[in-house]
Ligand binder design. Structure first.
Ligand SMILES: [Zn+2]
Length: 352
């Protein structure tokens, strides 16, 4: 123990400066993309991409952090650790995409600047919108009430009436009708979405094999890593993932702690990746608090930003969101770093 505090930062700006420093130290090239809005203290915010790709690379390993803003604290720590301990085979390229949702990261929120859950934003915007779950309106109105005993009673009633699994599906699947609700997918491709499509197109044009790990927190047992594949258990991608990683799951057969969702970022690979590139993409999800406690934090954050100016809301919701998505616990941090490093090392070992 001891090193984890060098990797886990206490703010987005600190995470960014550590990431940039570690990248330049390790001889990576950095490209920075400034977000259209400033952060909470008026400073510019960025998605930064650090890469080191040898000319003969047959395989590229890519990581992304912070598509869900606040979850970027853990993802950023894993990336900084990877940069500081960079061993890799000579014919493998590495790319770390830091803070894909820098606005959410800086504000300590899961959503972006328009209340969009970016993992629900990667739908086909030229097709009709996905339909909401039939319970969506009931769930949303419950979660928009002021957090407290009355809200908890309403949540308990919903779960008693419909079952926890159904209530969770209704909430987390993604919805496109209520811009002020939770798990809102947006009204068009968000800034991070457009940037991610550009990255995917460029990276896959450079390599026949891409292995991608997207870091998340907030689902599953405390400290436990789960590699979630948005793929059929019998697909070649799932088999490749199983040959690399432990605890590989898919929501398609109920083995995952996540529900089936619409519009996850792996859709970008289906649409934009160069045809000949074989892509293996998984979300490495680390458990934090029990589901109802995570939901309570999300409801606190949501209610604060619905009813207060952002600067005030950030003060009210910050600690609850940290506890739920970046637990202040050095043992949790060590365990997350250890599993992240192992997942990355296994990805580097893939022999195309
Ligand atoms: Zn997430």
């Amino acid at each position: 123990m001891g090193h984890q505090s060098e990797y886990f930062s206490s703010s987005y700006q600190e995470a960014r400066s550590r990431f940039l420093k570690a990248a330049s130290h390790a001889g990576f090239t950095v490209a920075s993309y400034q977000h259209p809005l400033p952060g909470y203290d008026g400073q510019a915010i960025f998605t930064d991409i650090a890469s080191k790709i040898p000319g003969n690379a047959k395989h590229i390993v890519m990581t992304t952090s912070g598509i869900h803003g606040v979850e970027g604290f853990a993802g950023s720590a894993a990336q900084i650790q990877a940069l500081k301990t960079a061993d890799k085979p000579n014919d493998v390229g590495i790319i770390h995409v830091h803070a894909l949702n820098p606005h959410g990261f800086d504000f300590g929120r899961r959503v972006n600047e328009h209340n969009i859950d970016l993992s629900r934003n990667f739908i086909d915007w030229s097709a009709p919108l996905p339909e909401d779950h039939s319970l969506n309106a009931a769930v949303q109105s419950t979660l928009k009430t002021k957090p407290g005993l009355w809200q908890q009673a309403r949540i308990a009633l919903l779960m008693a009436r419909h079952g926890m699994g159904t209530a969770k599906d209704a909430l987390t699947r993604g919805q496109y009708s209520d811009p002020s609700g939770l798990y809102f997918g947006g009204t068009g491709p968000a800034w991070s979405n457009l940037l991610w499509h550009q990255i995917v197109a460029r990276v896959t044009a450079q390599t026949p094999h891409l292995t991608h790990i997207d870091f998340h927190t907030g689902l599953g047992p405390y400290g436990k890593g789960e590699m979630i594949m948005m793929a059929d258990r019998h697909s070649p991608m799932f088999h490749r993932a199983e040959s690399l990683w432990d605890n590989v799951t898919t929501p398609q057969d109920g083995s995952s702690s996540t529900s089936l969702i619409t519009g996850s970022m792996c859709n970008a690979f289906n649409r934009t990746a160069a045809r000949r590139t074989i892509v293996t993409t998984g979300a490495l999800e680390f458990g934090t608090l029990p589901p109802l406690d995570v939901l309570k934090a999300l409801a606190t954050d949501h209610h604060a930003y619905l009813t207060m100016p952002a600067a005030e809301a950030r003060k009210v919701a910050w600690q609850a969101m940290q506890n739920a998505f970046n637990p202040p616990d050095s043992i949790w941090q060590v365990v997350i770093l250890d599993q992240s490093q192992r997942a990355l090392h296994r990805a580097l070992m893939l022999k195309p």
